[in-house]
Design a protein around this ligand. Structure first.
Ligand code: NAD
Length: 277
């Protein structure tokens, strides 16, 4: 797909960060935008930002992507308001609390799965029929470089991002003979609000260096070229190489050292003392 004018682009998690950047960049190219976020305030800010730039073909709805019925209603409403969807970007995601798995809460773990994994699957289920009916367009699922290498403190996040990568790769194979592009975005450290609620936000934020706008622009290039993997952002090249060529034992050390430097291992003292008992 090369031209986005009057094409319908649905984006989840569009109230902040990369979701907002996708909306702005597709909006500039004349796309009609269907926007979601569960943060109503953020979503309204995105809509106002777009309108201030003269982008007015917008349908927006605040809901939680882990609610299957809401996702299916959204898809129907988008079709009624804007027409059949051409591109779904399943972007909404949370990072989780940063607990070591052993001392984290099951409910917190499950919440990350519901949003980051089931939100993506429901988005595909709800919007693919419209994209297939158009016989052109794209499915974009957002994973992470933490879907390439397992890292400590974010086991739920890694579980979902590895799963999104696997799920999306399966779709890539299923659709490879069709005109529909299937893409997996694997961002490195992108300058967004993702770390705002983590207990070690200041340290974490030091690794979020790449502007969200760069990711949106690169995604558009990848959709045009039907390039399936969208690997971009701080540390993404390094993580990709390590995941492909470094043996597991070395990868474990690499991941531990990397996360220590990011300051996300703040809880491990209590974890280690627990192990000694
Ligand atoms: P962000 O926090 O700025 O934006 C995420 C948006 O998703 C927020 O507006 C939030 O309200 C929304 N959201 C969260 N849960 C939701 C739900 N249940 N229903 C609807 N909306 C929901 O973060 P971001 O960095 O722009 O994250 C976008 C995606 O990129 C996420 O999937 C994230 O895991 C992924 N990612 C981010 C980075 C990074 O460095 N920032 C790196 C790799 C992957």
């Amino acid at each position: 797909m090369k031209d986005f004018k009057n094409k319908v682009v649905a984006i989840t998690g569009a109230g902040s960060g990369m979701g907002r950047a996708y909306a702005v960049e597709f909006g500039k190219l004349g796309a009609k935008l269907a926007l979601n976020d569960y943060n109503e305030k953020g979503l309204t800010e995105t809509v106002e930002l777009l309108q201030s730039q003269g982008i007015n073909h917008i349908y927006s709805k605040a809901f939680d992507v882990s609610d299957k019925d809401e996702m299916f209603s959204f898809a129907k409403e988008v079709k009624n308001h804007l027409g059949n969807t051409h591109i779904i970007i399943n972007n909404a995601g949370i990072s989780g609390k940063g607990d070591p798995f052993f001392i984290g809460e099951t409910e917190d773990f499950d919440r990350v799965l519901e949003i980051n994994l089931y939100g993506v699957i429901y988005g595909c289920r709800a919007f693919l029929p419209q994209i297939v009916e158009n016989n052109e367009g794209a499915v974009v699922n957002v994973a992470s470089i933490f879907g390439l290498i397992g890292v400590p403190g974010v086991s739920a996040y890694c579980t979902t991002k590895f799963a999104v990568k696997g799920f999306t790769e399966s779709l890539m194979v299923e659709f490879h003979k069709s005109p529909i592009g299937i893409h997996c975005v694997m961002p490195g450290g992108i300058d967004t609000a993702i770390a705002d609620n983590s207990p070690n936000a200041d340290e974490f934020k030091k690794t979020l260096k790449t502007p969200a706008e760069d990711v949106a622009k690169y995604l558009i290039k990848c959709i045009r070229k039907k390039k399936p993997n969208v690997l971009i952002g701080f540390n993404s090249g390094k993580f990709n190489l390590v995941s492909r060529f470094m043996p597991l034992k070395m990868r474990i050390k690499f991941a531990w050292n990397m996360m220590s430097k990011m300051g996300v291992l703040w809880q491990y003292e209590s974890f280690n003392s627990l192990m000694k008992k």
